[in-house]
Design a protein around this ligand. Structure first.
Ligand code: ATP
Length: 355
């Protein structure tokens, strides 16, 4: 059982003057048994963080510890860590069973089991029993990735690290593998750090996640918190297709509905909105409204969107358009006309910046 902690971790590649700063002052605790995800756009430092945890990179500054024990200078083979990368990296000349048993040459199988027993236990766990004799090229992409997972788990590592393990698979397969991974992880209660650039995947699979940007942690929280209460504009835009509007706070006595108190008038361009939960001491605010909070039926805060593209998603339609040059994403029940008027409830917003 392992708690992972990163304190003040920075990583610079190349020389101090001319190099690239990949991570700056990362403070992070991943709790024992937690499924924790690092998510963010390309180049934000996810892989570097994972490689630092595995020991493939030594941080320029800061410490990494497992259960309070500093392990910053211990090489990868001295850390009890199982790693799965994007490319399956199975040994092509070995059978599936030999691949899974590979790590057990260097580390004993868990007490009371033989190597063969452990391998068959692991193949069962990833639903590949009976496939041990096959060679990796006789497997589908999803099956190979499950072998890679079984191989990483065989020596019972303290920590499981996964770097975009599903990005080479198609969408449906990714979804089913993700459910399987989640089931296995919670069955074993193994502390897990997962890297993805896919925000939907991150929200679906994690106990908690960190949204990264330019080598820093922008926000850490449970999926619901990150989705409903993004701490910054970047998180709001990166996660959940949020619409972010910039407004000027006006005297709270003059509200579009004629109501006197409890709400604040915020003007976006020439349009007056009526919001709840906006403190009046700010002069300007940026607030976000989720696509599914914008509806044709809402009788407050209405505005008309020019629709540019629509995507049929089965149960709903996602429409992209703009209102006064502000990009807007809507989630509607039916395909809209060229323009659609929507509104939102005054309390269905979240302020991301105020100044
Ligand atoms: P992606 O999603 O594209 O894999 P990432 O979030 O995993 O990106 P990293 O691979 O950690 O990002 O890279 C972070 C930064 O460090 C980037 O600017 C990258 O160019 C740089 N970087 C990564 N590895 C090296 C290296 N070995 N030498 C120099 N710079 C590097």
């Amino acid at each position: 059982m392992t708690e992972l902690r990163l304190e003040g971790v920075s990583k610079r590649y190349g020389s101090a003057e001319g190099g690239t700063s990949a991570l700056t002052g990362i403070d992070l605790t991943v709790r024992d048994g937690e499924f924790f995800t690092l998510v963010g756009p390309s180049g934000c430092g996810k892989t570097t963080t994972l490689r630092t945890i595995a020991g493939f990179e030594v941080p320029t500054e800061g410490t990494v510890s497992f259960d309070g024990e500093p392990i910053t200078d211990i090489p990868p083979e001295g850390r009890d860590v199982g790693v799965v990368f994007q490319s399956y990296a199975l040994f092509p000349h070995m059978s599936v069973a030999e691949n899974v048993g590979y790590g057990l040459q260097f580390r004993d199988p868990p007490t009371g089991t033989t190597v063969d027993e452990r391998v068959s236990e692991l193949l069962d766990l990833v639903d590949l029993s009976g496939m041990g004799e096959r060679s990796p090229d006789q497997l589908s992409g999803g099956q190979r990735q499950r072998v890679a997972l079984a191989r990483a788990l065989a020596p019972e590592p303290d920590l499981l690290l996964l770097d975009e393990p599903m990005s080479a698979l198609d969408a449906r397969l990714r979804e089913s593998l993700r459910l399987q991974l989640k089931r296995i992880q919670s069955e074993l209660a193994i502390t897990t750090v997962y890297v993805t650039h896919d925000q939907e995947e991150a929200l679906a699979i994690s106990d908690r996640l960190a949204v990264m940007r330019d080598g820093e942690l922008e926000q850490v929280g449970r999926p619901q918190e990150i989705y409903r209460e993004p701490a910054t504009r970047f998180v709001a835009e990166f996660v959940g297709d949020n619409n972010v509007l910039d407004g000027v706070v006006r005297d709270s006595e003059v509200l579009p509905s004629g109501r006197k108190r409890g709400r604040t008038r915020v003007d976006v361009g020439d349009t007056a909105f009526e919001l709840e939960g906006v403190s009046e001491d700010a002069r300007r605010v940026s607030f976000c409204v989720r696509p599914d909070s914008l509806s044709r039926e809402a009788d407050r805060n209405r505005f008309t969107v020019d629709v540019e593209t629509t995507e049929f998603l089965g149960e709903s339609v996602r429409a992209h358009g703009n209102w006064n040059d502000i990009p807007v994403v809507l989630r509607l029940e039916e395909v809209p006309d060229d323009t659609v008027t929507v509104g939102f409830a005054p309390d269905d917003v979240h302020v991301v910046e105020r100044w």
